[in-house]
Design a protein around this ligand. Structure first.
Ligand code: AHG
Ligand code: MN
Ligand code: MN
Length: 334
């Protein structure tokens, strides 16, 4: 048993090393993990239950079709976080406005952002999906949090990560001291430390982008694509891998080396992905694993949103390819 490190054991141990730690963060993370375990269970039996698969018939704040599992994951996360006194407010990709929690609306020191279900279009076809979260500390305590409190740069995150519901369920996160990964043992019902120190390999095993949009891409993006598909130098064995679930594409590239890009293009200059729920948290993880994340020009972590649902071009992966992308696309900038 000595080698079996559960998530709670791991964070408790870490907290003991931090002077003045109150246990709040440990409690918060274990509640997030609990919510993701429940989502994982629902995902695993989604095909059996009519109540879980399919669309609700509604459209969300992003103008996208809402799947039942989107709603289920969103409601579950909100429910679990709402009773925690250290959480003041929550911003979700699925909700137009921020939510103040029941227990911590005045006293809570943390603000949580999440994408409850990432890769919604893959739910009904049994392809990997995920949950992304970001935790930041707020500056003002004693009053209700405002949306502006969320519009701060990603450098202010204290922790961020994701859960990927794949052939096994994995939780990967950073608290600013590297990146760790836990795999869910479904029989035991616990996340077990499986990846004690994740570093993104400095090789481009895969590049990931929706090539269906290539007709809208700017010349620099096309030139970058040409390089990674050239079969030369670093790209001798580079494959195209695109799941269409950001978490899954990022997770593979994080473990095996590679780059993901959802650029700004002629059709959508601001790209598709959302700063608060997708770009900030994964940028934090990427950087902590030795990689990079930019919008083609700026470091994602330094960008502050101008709205809760701000979209941002996202170039994410190992440093070499992210830097190369930015060099190739420099001439496309206005
Ligand atoms: P979400 O399901 O949370 O709306 O996110 C979907 C995102 C992301 O997961 C993925 O990388 C991207 O959309 C795929 O978009 P395309 O279908 O345009 O490639
Ligand atoms: Mn998403
Ligand atoms: Mn989503």
């Amino acid at each position: 048993m000595a080698g079996l490190v559960t998530l709670s054991r791991y964070v408790l141990q870490r907290e003991r090393d931090v002077e003045g730690a109150t246990g709040d963060f440990t409690l918060l993370l274990s509640h997030l993990a609990l919510a993701m375990k429940v989502v994982s269970r629902e995902v695993a039996r989604a095909g059996l239950l009519d109540a879980v698969l399919g669309k609700t018939g509604d459209t969300n704040v992003q103008g996208e079709q809402v799947a039942k599992l989107d709603v289920l994951a969103n409601d579950l996360l909100i429910e679990v976080l709402s009773d925690l006194p250290m959480v003041a407010a929550i911003a979700s990709e699925e909700e137009e406005h921020i939510r103040h929690t029941r227990a911590g609306r005045l006293t809570g020191k943390y603000l949580i952002c999440f994408d409850p279900l990432d890769g919604s279009s893959n739910i009904d076809v049994n392809v990997t999906i995920g949950t992304i979260f970001s935790i930041r500390r707020r500056e003002t305590v004693g009053v209700e949090a405002t949306p502006e409190d969320f519009l701060r740069p990603g450098t202010e995150q204290v922790a961020a990560g994701y859960c990927v519901y794949g052939s096994s369920t994995m939780l990967v996160f950073t608290t600013g001291q590297g990146v760790v990964g836990f795999t869910l043992d479904p029989q035991v019902g616990e996340f077990i430390l499986s990846h004690p120190e994740i570093r993104i390999p400095d090789s481009c095993t895969a590049w990931s982008a929706n090539v269906g949009n290539a007709r809208h891409w700017l010349p620099g993006t096309l030139a970058f694509q040409e390089t990674v598909t050239s079969g030369e130098g670093r790209y001798k064995r580079t494959s195209l891998r695109y799941v269409g679930t950001l978490v899954a594409d990022f997770h593979r590239n994080l473990l095996q080396g590679g780059v993901f890009f959802y650029p700004g293009d002629r059709k959508s200059p601001r790209g598709k992905l959302r700063l608060l729920y997708e770009a900030h948290p994964l940028a934090f993880v990427a950087e902590q694993a030795g990689g990079k994340a930019t919008d083609g020009t700026r470091r994602i972590m330094e960008i502050a949103g101008d709205g809760l649902h701000t979209r941002v071009p996202l170039i994410l992966g190992n440093s070499h390819e992210v830097e190369l992308f930015d060099r190739f696309t420099a001439a496309d900038r206005p």
